[in-house]
Design a protein around this ligand. Structure first.
Ligand code: SF4
Ligand code: MG
Length: 332
């Protein structure tokens, strides 16, 4: 399959001031050795608790940051090296849709003007063509064109989120990167937005990347899912496998917290997860999940598990998962 985005051994380390010290820094390893492909037409999700590195990954994918190690490729080209017209081209191709429909829109700018702005940035000059394009996009995302000159003040949360989507769509992107895009919406609005995303995807051949903590939404919207824990991808799987046959104890713990049928497939005692993840400044030796894992055993203490292959193309990194890279010696 042709990857539109590929991550190759991507890491991001920040220098942070040492606690209780005026001099000296520690390394905060926010993202560690992440490798995956996003195929054109995918609805790809990156899930995990807050602090797992998914926000950093979002910034790396959109080139708001460059990685400290490894590379992010778009159609085979390392995006770290892009500048000038090529960078502008990448920014058009991959558009960000942010979370908060109440704070992300400038309050004193009309809806139409808001959607015209990115076109001007990208070199559009003809006012008539600009207006035409904006009207077409408003129509495409289900915003009445009569809202063209309105301020965002009177809009519902769902309409505001549609404005955000329109702002991204106006540049005819190929990839939409959704950072908790639906989190602030109620169930009904979420459902409507997901139906819209589905329609837009089919009409424009879009690829979606969802950064989310909401597994119920991901179950509905995404075909492929990367689960992150402490900066690493611990499981990478297609939707059905992830929800019905997860390989990693952390994935099972996340699923057991879902208020749905899937959750009842797992015995709570197998999914218990207590406390907070350790600090990404003081990473544990061995498996990063061991301090919270109900199934931790000998090898987990001193050997980090490798990603093991499950089925045709899924991966999980746990000593209990057999397969290339797995180490079952010592398992009871
Ligand atoms: Fe749990 Fe060990 Fe697997 Fe880590 S390697 S998830 S500690 S069983
Ligand atoms: Mg975060």
């Amino acid at each position: 399959a042709d990857a539109i985005i590929s991550l190759r051994d991507v890491s991001q380390t920040y220098r942070v001031k040492k606690r209780g010290s005026f001099a000296g820094t520690s390394a905060l390893r926010a993202v560690r050795n992440v490798t995956f492909d996003i195929v054109k037409g995918d609805s790809f999700a990156v899930v995990g608790e807050s602090g797992c590195g998914k926000s950093t990954l979002m910034r790396l994918l959109s080139r708001l940051e460059r990685p400290s190690g490894g590379s992010v490729l778009c159609e085979g080209r390392d995006i770290a090296g892009l500048s000038g017209a090529e960078l502008l081209g990448f920014r058009r191709k991959l558009q960000l849709v942010l979370q908060d429909p109440f704070n992300s829109l400038p309050p004193r700018t009309g809806i139409g003007a808001m959607l015209e702005a990115p076109l001007r940035t990208h070199g559009w000059r003809d006012p008539r063509k600009i207006r035409e394009k904006v009207r077409a996009v408003m129509d495409d995302v289900g915003l009445p064109v009569s809202l063209y000159d309105d301020l965002p003040l009177g809009l519902s949360a769902g309409q505001r989120q549609r404005v955000n989507v329109a702002r991204a769509m106006v540049l005819d992107p190929e990839i939409l990167l959704m950072d908790e895009t639906l989190s602030a919406l109620d169930q009904t609005e979420q459902f409507k937005l997901l139906a819209l995303f589905d329609k837009l995807q089919r009409a424009h051949g879009l690829t979606y990347i969802y950064i989310s903590h909401d597994l119920a939404m991901v179950r509905k919207a995404c075909n492929r899912i990367a689960v992150m824990y402490l900066g690493e991808v611990v499981e990478l799987a297609d939707n059905d496998r992830l929800f019905f046959d997860p390989g990693h104890p952390y994935t099972r713990a996340l699923l057991s917290a879902m208020p749905s049928l899937e959750a009842r497939r797992y015995r709570p005692e197998d999914c218990l997860m207590e406390g907070e993840p350790p600090s990404p400044i003081d990473l544990p030796i061995g498996c990063a999940f061991r301090s919270r894992c109900p199934q931790a055993f000998g090898p987990c203490l001193d050997r980090p598990p490798l990603l093991s292959v499950r089925g045709a193309r899924d991966l999980a990194s746990c000593h209990l998962v057999p397969g290339p890279g797995a180490t079952l010696a010592g398992a009871a």
